[in-house]
Every structure is written in C-alpha cells, then in structure tokens.
Design a protein. Structure first.
Lengths: 201, 201, 201, 201
DNA sequence: GTTTAAACGAGACGGTACGTCAAGTCTTTAT
DNA sequence: ATAAAGACTTGACGTACCGTCTCGTTTAAAC
C-alpha cells in the first residue's frame, strides 16, 4: 500500500478514514481481472474500478498511477517469506525458490514484465518495486552466506551471481512456460541441484 | 517481416512495389525512439510514423499491429548467430551468451517484457517471437550436446534446464541491471564458469 | 439564507449552535472568488469551502446546492431598495435603475446567467430567485403606476413591458459591457430619458 | 465553425478531408440535447458524441472546447438576417427583432447565459461570439440610421443605446419568459411601438 | 506511351483509457 | 448537535493512441 503510514507516533488523521474495504476490493479486482483476462493490458483502471464497485478517484487517492497499483498487486501474489528451519542450505534454497514461484507465478511474470519499462523512468516506482523484490533477494543471500560458512557451498562462491542464477531461470520459466522445454514439475529442486552439482564432467 | 512473399512461382505483383526505404526508416525510428525514450511505452505507432516520415498506413501495411513491429525491431537488435569455431564448448557458450546480450541488451529486455502479455494470447505473434528466439536456443543446445559428447560436460546434463540457466540470468540482468548487484563486466564468462564449476564445496 | 430559523417560538436548539461567522465567511468567500476569478464557473463549492476555512458539509447544511448559494450571493450584491422620496417618477426610476446596477453589476449579470439553466428545472430555486428579483420589479411597477396617476407618464402605458424595457437593457449592458458600444457613464439617466422621450421624430 | 478556411486561393489540404456529415450530426445532437434536456448543463461533450454517433476526438478536432461548440450551436439557432425591404424603418425593426427571437429563443438565451462567464476570460471565444452577434447589431444600427435620415426617427437618437433597448428586453424575455408578465404574443411589434412612442404623457 | 493498380504521406474516423476535477453524500473525531 | 476534515460515488473534462478509412499523388510494371 502506498498510504502515508507515518513512522513515528501515528497521530490520528482528521476526517473520514480510508475504507479498508475499498483497499481490498481494488486489489481483489486487479487479481481477478488478471486471472480472467490473460493480459496485463486488459487490466485498465476503469475496469478495475468497475469490478471493485469503486470510483476511479478512490483508486487514484491510493496509488499515483496504474503502475504503482500493479506493483502492489504483485506483492499480493507473492507468498510470505518462508521460514528457514531447513536442515541444509540446499533445502532452504529449494523452499525459497518454491515460495517465489507461488500459485500465481505466471501472472506475476506477466505483470512484472509490463511494469519494467516504467520502472526505468520513475524512480519512485522503482523504489516500490525494490521493496517487494529486495527482501527475497536478501533472504537468498543469507542462505548462501550461511551455506558458505557451514562449508556446504564452496568458499569462493559469487553470492550476487548465484542469486541471479536462481531467480533468472525461475522468472524466465514463469514468462515463457512450456516454450522453454522445461517442465514445471519439481523445477525448484532440479534447479538447485543443477546449480550445486555444476555442468562440467 | 510479415509481407506475403508467396512461396511458389513468385508472380510479380502489379502496382507500385513497396519501398525498401520505408521498411528501413520505420525500424530505425523504432530503435531511435527506444534509445531516447527509455521506455517501450513511449514507442507509439504515431511517433514511429512521425519520426520515420511515413504514414501510419505504411506501417500497418507491413505489420499487423504494434507488437509485431516491436518483435521485428527486437530481431534487429540481436546480433547474428556467432560461428562456433571455438576450441572448447565453454568458449562457444561464452561467445553465444555474449552475442545474445549485444549492445542493446537493455532495450531488448524491456521490449520483450512489454510483448509478453500479448504473446500469451496471439498465437501468430508467439510464432513470430519464437522465430527470433528458437534458433539461438537451438544453437545453445547444440553446443551443450557437443560438450556432452566430447566429455567436456557431464553425461547426465539436463540440456533444457541448462539453456534456461544460461539465458535466464542474462535476461534478468538485462532487465534489472545494477539492482541485481552483478556487474556487466565479464558477465558471460563468469556465468558460464559458475555454471560449470557448480556451487557445492 | 435558507437556514431553518423557525418563525414561531424560537426554541433554543440543542447541541453546538451554528456559527454565524461561518455564514458570513462563506458568502464573503463567494464574493471574493467572483471578484478575483472573473468567472462564475471558477466558483466551486470546494474553493469556497477552502477560502472560507469551512467544511463542505457546513455549506450544504445551509444551502441545498450550489445554485442556491449563488442566489444568496447575488442578493448580497444588490444594494437595498432605495427610498422613493424623489420629486418625480423620472427621478425615482433613475434611482432604482442605479441601485439595481450596483457596484457589482458585472458579477451579478454573470452569476444570474449561470443560474438560468437551473432555474428552469428546479421550482424551489426559481422561487428563491424570484424572491430576490420580484421586490425590485414590483417597486418599479409602483413607480410607473404612480407616474401614470400623476400624469407624468402616458395613460396607456404597458407597465410590464416598460419594466422589461428598463431592466433588460441594464442587464444586457452588465453582461456584455463595452461590446454594446454604450458607456456605463450616466447610463440610468440616459436610459430613462430615452424611454420617456421616445424614438419617433 | 472553427475550421481554417483560408481566405485566399484555397490550397487543398492534404489528408482525408473532414466529414461534413459529422459536422452536421454534431450540431444536430447539440440542438437535440438542448431541446430535450432543458438545461445547458445537460449538454456534455460525451453525450453529444454519443448522440451524434461520433468519437470525442472528432468534436475536439473541430472545436477547441465545449464553449466554442455551444457558440456554433447558437449560431445555428438564429435565423438568417432578414431582408430589409420594409416600407418603413419601423417595419424593418419589427422584422429584425422577430428574426432574432426565432423559434429557439428560449434555448438561445439559456446557452448564451451559460457561455457568458467564459466569454470574459477567453478572448478567442469572445471573438467567436461577437462574430455571431455583431452582424445583427450592425444591421439594427443601419436601420436606425436610415430611419434618422428619412426623418422617421428623431435626429438626436442615440443609436447604440437604442440597439440595447431593442435587444435587451428581447433577451430578458427569452430568459425569464412568463415571469416578466409580458406575453410573447406580438412582442416585437409592441416593443418597437413602445420605444417609438415614448413613455411620457 | 499509355494505362492501371498498388503504395505513398497525410490526416480524419470511431473508440478506449488515461489522469484530473467537481458535485453532493457520508463518516469520523473534536468541540 | 454541529463543526472541520476528508473519504466516498459519479460522471464530465480534455488528451493520447489504437487500428481503420479516405484523400490526392507517385511509381513502376503491363499493355
């Protein structure tokens, strides 16, 4: 949400508070349209407002533009960060990759894609997007660092590159699906194992 | 290009032939707008027509819609497939990854991203996009298969998954750039080596 | 004012009494906006509320809608009905025409104009408007009738038509100003004299 | 109409010419909405476009904003300037007043009223409005001047004031109708005669 | 050399969505 | 109970593109 939740002492704002119902209805409408429409282009602010039974102004009061709304919708798709209680770094990695490509991986990929061009230009938008992505990347880095410490991973591992090697294939599979020739079945496990094992003979 | 170059006897069409100059001017205009505008959303058919000094109908005579035009523009960004004369499969892989992320990798990523939602719906568009992507993927598979045969790569290598592990990180780096924490410097070599070496200790 | 100041026993209302300051501030804000903005369209309820330092609801508690508020503002512009102590009906007419086109004739014309379309539809609004206009028209009729009685005006004078011939030009001058080619200087006197004298040779 | 009908040699504009059908449909729609809606506020660009079966852009291509469109609609309401073949200036005046308050006098008054606030601010709009009004005023002045020359009117007649005294009451009657107490029946004749005759005994 | 058919630049067409603004209503907290 | 603040739905505003459709003008092959 973009609402100005002031950090500090939370002084109660005057006037009628924003309807939490509306918040929910709007995001629900976005997800519903995304699911039925197949195309992020089909998710127009007007149709979201109509589907949510809400005025356009109610949307623009909360988000500065369409892209910001989509970013928040994306956050809703992502599952919560999984706990790390795994017995090994390998298992933790598999769990995290699995969580990242939750039930809505396809929609997530599509919307993210649509957002990308705007992210380049609007720094504020970019910041919002990073706020969704970065915690997951950081979690992945933690796992990798711990794996290095415990000796499970090689000592000279390039952490950032490895994060890219775990999230890049996952995203691409989400975007192109079957065209890649890779089945979704057991993908996280296979990916992590291939990465660990290496390709050389 | 989508032009109806009939396979058969190539009967010369009557009337004025299409201007090759226009073809070029249009694609040039797309690339120029992409470069200056930073955003695929800023590339409108109207602005392309204006920049190319061409009527809108001249564009729609060649491409069925905006997306098809963007796909052709994407093809222009990609360099030609590199020769495979490398002394090792490793070097060939590096060369191919390098070629794929040509001078315009950023723009390529952005445009591809914008196209994705439409690719899901329009099979014809999807076909056009595959025509650009598939040869490169196939080339990569060839290299991998040869590496397996020569014993450079392990015998049980999952070819499709490995293609994804080479192209996914590359695309993600193109899309998110510095936010990934990975420098563009020597990226292809580092990626291939990390993949070969594996992450386990 | 439309406020429900019950005629009868003036029972002291419970709760917080209405602020008389607010009444005044609101009408002042309307007049101020009218003066600075040049346009009745620029006088929005929102800007009135902001300028008056008042909530919108405070306005709507007093007037049923924007038009009603404007009508009340119009009343404020009009000067009070002048006394009729003139030595002749001619002088009384001049005094009345002068009073009608007070210092704010221009604003008055504009606002009246904006109100007109709504007056047709809303009978209540129309009644309110008549309550402002009718006393002045009636006063004019009185003068005319007295002039007929005293022999100052011709016996067959059409009272209603003459009222129209005195107020119509005045209103039009207020609306179109210099475009009419008639100077504001001494207008009431000239109008009344031209009306008395007649145009035929 | 706002179209750039260049005065001189009428160089043919490139591109598809504007549809005369659309011109007509749009103005017809405005008049129809005005007639049925009773209120100029009910004439929105969107409803005009819908009623005319036309895109909004087609309207905005011809008129810069809503007000300019209404002004052109006003012109359509006014009948053509009548010929002046009358045997006397009095008859010519009656004919002209009659023509000015054509079949749509009520709508004309309402729309003009709605336009007034904007006329003050936008000089271009004002120019367009004058282009509709001025020819009629000038025609009236011609009649008055001729009447003075022929001795039908008094030599010291104030032409501009007299124009105001003929058009002002007419406009006011159009705006307020029955509330003025003056019947529409034979109004032009009665007005002109009252003006000629004068009010003094 | 005509004819002729298609391509050309230009720009109007009916639409859809954008992001803004105001009207009039409703809901909160403070007085 | 009223006040100020501000959220709410509704709907018009004017703009920008989309993809299609005339216009009148080239251009090159076919006659």
């Amino acid at each position: 949400m973009t609402s100005t939740t002031s950090a500090g002492q939370e002084r109660k704002a005057p006037g009628r508070p924003r309807s939490a119902q509306a918040d929910e209805a709007i995001l629900d409408a976005v997800l519903a349209l995304m699911a039925e429409g197949q195309s992020a282009a089909a998710v127009s602010i007007e149709s979201v407002a109509a589907k949510a039974g809400v005025g356009k102004a109610t949307i623009y009061r909360r988000w500065p533009n369409k892209e910001a709304l989509l970013i928040d919708a994306v956050r809703c798709m992502k599952g919560p960060l999984p706990a790390l209680g795994g017995v090994s770094a390998r298992e933790d990695l598999i769990a995290l990759v699995t969580a990242n490509r939750s039930n809505r991986a396809r929609e997530y990929g599509i919307v993210t894609a649509c957002l990308l061009p705007e992210l380049q230009r609007d720094p504020e938008l970019n910041r919002m997007h990073q706020a969704v992505m970065e915690p997951r990347r950081e979690r992945m880095r933690e796992i990798l660092r711990r794996g290095v410490e415990t000796g499970e991973f090689r000592a000279d591992l390039d952490i950032h590159l490895t994060v890219l090697m775990l999230s890049g294939p996952s995203m691409m599979l989400g975007m192109f699906g079957d065209a890649t020739g890779v089945p979704e079945q057991d993908f996280p496990e296979k990916l992590v194992d291939a990465l660990l094992r290496g390709a050389s003979a």
